[in-house]
Design a protein around this ligand. Structure first.
Ligand code: FAD
Length: 554
């Protein structure tokens, strides 16, 4: 009997994972891995850090070479060979060799598509210039780095403030390139809620980045040699640049799947089942080209991240090699980015996304420290927990701050993976010693706040809510209020928390009251006092600190 032939299209995150798992599960299969570019299994996620010289040695980006894959896994790795068509009836792919231009056919029993995605380039003049660049692979990295290495590159414009745009800005600044960041939406990292992204904006400004938010690039100006020398913005301003980097998103590479009649999902990516099989059970698809079941909605969604691609590749490799294997789990889109000294991370839905999807949710925002406040070096973090108002199931979280953001987002993502509620989070038994955390971790505090809201013990007021015409009680000290007055209010009653019990008579019981303090902790105590004295009261989530970031004007 002929050995099983598994053909894989695309040799990086999803494709290489599929190939190596297939080999570990089936020693006898013929496994052919096609990669149209020159490299397989390189670290896409590390590319910005090589440009910024945090990863000085380019070779460190090559996680596995074709030679290693051949020797260790007996894979038939064919680089610089592009799969240009799939003949599903004959069970063959058509392959074009870059060196000779020859097109030949390769048969398969099982085919795994892992062709990734391509950077979006807006339809505007000037994008063809040599110094207008996108970042997806090593060739792009080499080009960008050669511009940055050249001393004539002093100013750059990065278009798009998503993950890649932000990472590039950070690395360009590290390399001494004056950098402007242009983003169509009025905030950076539009995947996050505005008030959770705002500390990133402060950090970018602090590190000298020129921010242009809520505007688009309308054209790219070229000099007589056809090189970009600046961009025009929709607000009429012009920014000079020696280099333009486009980081406005990616589109899934679905051409092969579409032309061979495989089902494309509503999101525009390849539809798959829980074993990553497409509408043709002998053809699998993984990575940025497919849609995954998104945990919070259970709907197929595009999620272009390395973790899901690697895991899906592994599942597809096993299923293709053995005919069975574990099914995939819903994906939460857990992601993280560092911007100089600030880290931002999210998992599941944000409040803004929940509103767009019409998902009922409530949120609790707290400001805490990454380890015990009394232990030197505690860094602030803001944690926003989003949950189902009925059963308290956690549907999302966002964390922004310094150290420890990664740990919190991963703990919450883990709880969400198992369908955890805010009550589950409030009871997590987490490791604690002063240099590492607090006996009540920021995750616990956020969960306590959420549970108190669910139980009606301390109802929350959204930090972005309109407070015009409302009775607002600020329980901070006079000095604190003077230093940082509450944003977006007509009138505020000031009664410091420690005087509240004695001064209850100054408050009108017939009116609903919103209580605030610095970050919500004293506001909570005040809320409990007032509630037990019969007031209709809400605590402003995250206090004046988060209000200052969230309130955008009535
Ligand atoms: P890829 O890894 O892109 O691999 C697809 C491969 O298929 C490509 O090499 C392509 O040349 C090849 N190919 C395409 N068509 C054909 C064909 N017809 N024939 C042969 N070969 C073909 N994700 C994170 O989770 N965290 C991060 O920090 C992060 N950072 C990133 C930074 C950058 C700069 C980039 C570009 C991406 C980053 N990502 C990150 C996203 C992550 O890299 C992708 O989600 C992941 O690589 C997707 O895997 P994939 O296998 O689908 O595609």
């Amino acid at each position: 009997m002929n050995p099983l032939t598994i053909v894989i299209v695309g040799g990086v995150a999803g494709g290489a994972s599929a190939a190596t798992r297939a080999r570990r599960m089936n020693e006898h299969a013929e496994i052919v891995l096609f990669e149209k570019d020159d490299y397989v299994s390189f670290a896409n996620c590390g590319l910005p850090y090589h440009i910024g010289e945090e990863i000085p040695d380019r070779a460190d980006l090559l996680v596995a070479t074709p030679d290693l894959l051949r020797k260790r896994f007996r894979l038939d790795v064919r680089v610089a060979q592009e799969v240009v068509a799939i003949d599903r009836d004959a069970k063959e792919v058509e392959v074009k060799r870059r060196d000779t231009g020859e097109v030949y056919r390769q048969g398969y029993d099982k085919l795994i598509l892992a062709p990734g995605a391509s950077p979006l380039v807006p339809p505007m003049s000037g994008t063809e210039a040599k110094n207008v660049l996108t970042l997806r692979n090593l060739a792009d990295t080499d080009k960008i780095k050669s511009f940055v290495d050249h001393e004539s590159t002093r100013r750059a414009v990065v278009v798009g403030a998503g993950f890649i745009g932000l990472e590039m800005v950070e690395q360009l600044i590290h390399r001494g390139v004056a950098t402007s960041l242009v983003e169509l939406r009025p905030q950076v990292l539009p995947l996050m809620d505005p008030e959770m992204a705002s500390p990133l904006e402060d950090e970018l400004l602090h590190d000298g980045v020129e921010l242009h938010l809520g505007v688009s690039v309308t054209s790219i100006d070229l000099d007589d040699d056809g090189l970009a020398m600046g961009v025009e913005l929709s607000d009429g301003r012009r920014i000079e640049a020696d280099m333009v980097i486009l980081g406005i998103g990616v589109r899934p590479n679905i051409g092969l799947a579409e032309e061979s009649g495989l089902e494309i999902g509503a999101s525009g990516a390849i539809a798959t089942n829980a074993w990553m099989q497409t509408s043709d059970p002998d053809i699998y698809a993984v990575g940025d080209a497919v849609e995954y079941v998104y945990g919070p909605t259970a709907l197929p969604t595009r999620i272009a991240l390395a973790g899901p691609a690697n895991r899906a590749g592994r599942l597809a490799g096993e299923h293709a090699a053995t005919g069975s294997g574990p099914s995939s789990h819903p994906v939460l889109g857990t992601s993280i980015v560092r911007v100089f000294g600030v880290t931002a991370a999210l998992t599941g839905v944000t409040e803004s996304l929940a509103a767009r999807l019409d998902l009922p949710c409530r949120s609790a925002t707290i400001v805490g420290k990454h380890h015990a406040g009394y232990y030197p070096g505690a860094e602030a973090m803001t944690l926003k927990l989003t949950f189902d108002p009925e059963d308290g199931k956690v549907v999302g979280a966002q964390v922004v701050g310094g150290s420890g953001v990664d740990k919190r987002i991963d703990v919450i993502a883990t709880a969400m993976h198992f369908g955890g509620t805010v009550r589950d989070l409030s009871g997590l038994d987490l490791a604690y010693a002063p240099p590492y955390g607090s006996a009540k971790d920021p995750i616990h505090i956020a969960a306590f706040v959420a549970c108190n809201e669910l139980d009606g013990l301390a109802p929350l007021c959204s930090p972005s809510a309109s407070l015009r015409g409302k009775a607002v009680l600020d329980v901070r000290t006079e000095q604190e209020v003077e230093n940082a007055p509450l944003a977006g209010v007509d009138e505020v009653i000031h009664i410091p928390l420690d005087e509240l019990r004695e001064r209850l008579g100054e408050l009108d019981r017939s009116k609903p009251l919103v209580v605030t303090c610095g970050v919500g902790a004293r506001g909570h105590i005040a809320t409990r006092i007032l509630k037990q004295h019969g007031f209709d009261v809400q605590n402003l989530s995250g206090g004046a600190t988060v209000r200052a970031r969230a309130w955008s004007g009535d």
